[in-house]
Design a protein around this ligand. Structure first.
Ligand code: FES
Length: 203
């Protein structure tokens, strides 16, 4: 059964945000992928093809978009998906050593889930918190900042007990189901995509 087989209303709502044209339909790619990612923790090949068929494009195009955004995963992730920033400021602050520590301690490589199902790891580009390098993001939840080796040990020890250590900050911006962006402080930013003026096809 496809992810969207029983979600005709949701799919119609997502498509309603875009022009009723073939190009507009393809614009629904990102929110459809987000739905799958949130529900399953990753986008399987089956679901990737389902999304491609829904928007009228190829699996290759969907794959290429997914590969551009680290927020989408094509493989299952663990309960704790740790994303280590590897861009310059974090690298200067020790993120390479932090990465080595993580993959060694957890005995897991990118694309794998640890034997106990708890952990997966990924290197990502700048998380936008360079002043608190090195930074590690947990799932879509938040950031651990200035992660020293000692702190890394403490965080992993808690996670190995199934406890989620409180992040220092939530992820800076989340998008609610109605298309509204909200900052970590709870402030609404900009307009909801559902309020935007619809672009119509040229006659
Ligand atoms: S370089 Fe790591 S948060 Fe910007």
């Amino acid at each position: 059964m496809g992810h969207f087989d029983d979600k005709a209303e949701l799919v119609a709502e997502i498509f309603s945000r875009y022009p009723h044209t073939p190009q507009g339909r393809r614009s629904a790619l990102m929110p459809l992928l987000r739905e799958v990612q949130d529900a399953h923790g990753y986008v399987s090949d089956t679901h990737l093809h389902e999304v491609a068929a829904l928007i009228g494009t190829t699996a290759t195009e969907v794959r290429s978009v997914m590969s551009f955004y680290s927020t989408y995963s094509a493989v299952p992730t663990g309960q704790f998906h740790l994303q280590v920033c590897s861009t310059l400021m974090c690298a200067l602050a020790g993120s390479d050593e932090l990465w080595d520590e993580l993959v060694t301690r957890l005995d897991v490589q990118p694309g794998e889930v640890s034997a106990d199902g708890r952990f997966s790891v990924q290197r990502v580009e700048c998380l936008g918190s360079c002043g608190t390098a090195p930074v590690v993001q947990l799932n879509d939840l938040g950031y651990y900042e200035r992660v020293t080796r000692r702190r890394c040990h403490d965080l992993l020890a808690q996670m190995q007990q199934g406890v989620t250590p409180a992040p220092d900050h939530q992820v800076p911006m989340t998008v609610q189901p109605n298309g509204q962006q909200v900052t970590a402080a709870g402030q609404v930013a900009g307009r909801s995509s559902s309020d935007l003026t619809r672009l119509e096809a040229q006659p």
